[in-house]
Design a protein around this ligand. Structure first.
Ligand SMILES: Cc1ncc(COP(=O)(O)O)c(C=O)c1O
Length: 449
């Protein structure tokens, strides 16, 4: 090429949740069955879409207007419906004008960071759902700026660290929080949310809250949406239907903007995001039409409640099985449908292994693990795939130096899930004991940027 054509942030784009499938395909080709616990798609894991929901969608599919473009921000009646729902929170009131639809939150995330000035940083949790940290890093052309979540405190943010990192890094212009959280399953208490808002207020920042799991909070936990605690701070909440309906294939999500007029820079930034959507024309029409009908259907709440209760029960099974393993940190999760296990410091090394029955699979795993730059937790994940046919995602791929892995609570069969948890516990034990901790690699400190 005559010129360098690669974007400076191109190296920051990584999505191990799907990358890991390349390894799975190779193992499957050698004759093994793999239990996929890597991706947060309830439908792919066998959740049934109720017939009343399918009827709403199929009758909309019979209307010609479902096939046309919609306004750039999205259908007015749906935005009005969502604004009215938000306005019951007691926080800043919004109108349809403060809502913009996207082709899934993935699209919203790309635009929200993509239209931020290169030098303005949004500080992300570590670990983070990678789409955020990758998009933020790609926009800046350098590593993400982070604050740690603490696995020894329910994966809540270390608020003192957050405050310090905001204070000493003047480029930080916004704070991202994900509540309920992916990958940790943490749900933030109101006090934590209020403290984040207080930090944003003190340092004149805006807040991005990814609330795609906002209605997947288990019974014992109390939290609030950002809009209920944000007061006068400028903010963006990200919401969607991929997880909640669940309809990930709809590619439909939206942002709600709070206090857009309280700050001229923020107002201009939001306008640039809207203009970007206009240049692109609009987002998917049919799912937007379906949203008010589905969310108001008499069976919707009980349907969602049934799912919440199942995730809660599976979360309890996972916690009670895994907490018996020595050398790991595991938490009771309170929302979404993920669990993250962290290995204790220095417990992993690059010599540990699991017995793999299939010789060809063993050779493949050994070959993959011999590759350069292998993270210790990724090595465990490859061995787990080869030995037990369970595919999880290495924690190091979620923008953190912590070692561990994430799995989902989406399995349909309780019996199978119990077995998977028991196998996981046995595999961690065998792996950690295969080469004792004294041979471990020195571990880097938690992301400190
Ligand atoms: C926290 C979080 N935000 C956003 C997304 C992306 O959602 P969408 O399907 O709307 O692109 C996901 C998907 O897993 C997620 O977990």
């Amino acid at each position: 090429m005559r010129n360098e054509i690669v974007h400076i942030g191109a190296g920051e784009l990584n999505y191990e949740i799907r990358n890991i499938i390349k390894v799975v395909e190779k193992v499957k080709a050698l004759g093994m069955d793999i239990n996929l616990e890597n991706i947060g798609d309830p439908v792919a894991k066998g959740e049934r879409i109720p017939s009343w929901m399918k009827e709403i969608i199929s009758s909309l599919a019979m209307e010609d207007c479902s096939y046309s473009y919609c306004p750039s921000k999205g259908l007015l009646e749906t935005r009005e419906f969502l604004a009215a729902r938000n306005n019951t929170n007691g926080g800043p009131r919004i109108s349809a004008d403060d809502i913009v639809f996207f082709n899934g939150l993935g699209d919203a995330i790309a635009k929200v960071y993509g239209f931020l000035r290169t030098t303005a940083r949004v500080i992300c949790p570590s670990p983070t759902y990678t789409t955020h940290s990758s998009a933020e890093a790609a926009h800046a052309g350098t590593r993400p700026t982070c604050y740690p979540l603490n696995p020894r405190n329910n994966w809540y943010p270390d608020l003192e660290e957050l405050r310090n990192r905001v204070k000493y890094n003047p480029a930080v212009s916004g704070i991202l929080l994900v509540n309920p959280d992916n990958p940790t399953g943490a749900v933030y208490p109101v006090a934590v949310l209020k403290e984040i808002v207080a930090i944003a207020e003190e340092y004149d920042l805006f807040i991005i809250a990814d609330e795609i799991y906002q209605n997947i909070v288990y019974s014992r936990h109390e939290t609030k949406p950002l809009s209920a605690v944000i007061g006068g701070v400028p903010g963006i909440s990200m919401k969607g239907i991929s997880k909640e309906l669940p309809w990930p294939g709809s590619r439909c999500g939206w942002i709600e903007v709070y206090n857009s007029q309280k700050d001229a820079h923020f107002a201009k930034y939001v306008e640039s995001i809207v203009n970007a959507k206009m240049v692109e024309v609009c987002s998917t029409t049919l799912p937007q039409k379906a949203i008010p009908q589905i969310l108001q259907h008499p069976e919707y709440e009980s349907f969602l409640d049934g799912r919440r209760r199942r995730y809660e029960r599976f979360s309890e099974i996972a916690y009670n099985t895994l907490r018996k393993v020595d050398g790991i940190i595991t938490n009771r999760t309170n929302g979404a449908f993920y669990v993250t296990v962290a290995f204790e410091k220095d417990r992993l090394n690059l010599k540990q292994h699991l017995r793999i029955a299939n010789r060809d699979v063993q050779s493949l795993v050994e070959e993959l693990c011999a590759g350069p730059g292998m993270e210790p937790d990724k090595r465990f994940v490859y061995y787990l795939i080869g030995a037990a046919g369970i595919c999880v995602v290495p924690l190091s791929s979620f923008n953190t130096d912590l070692q561990g892995f994430r799995f989902t609570l989406l399995e349909q069969s309780e019996l199978k899930f119990r077995k998977t948890m028991e196998t996981l516990a046995a595999c961690m034990k065998e792996y950690l004991e295969s080469v004792p901790a004294s041979n471990s690699l020195p571990r880097r400190a938690l992301t400190a940027q």
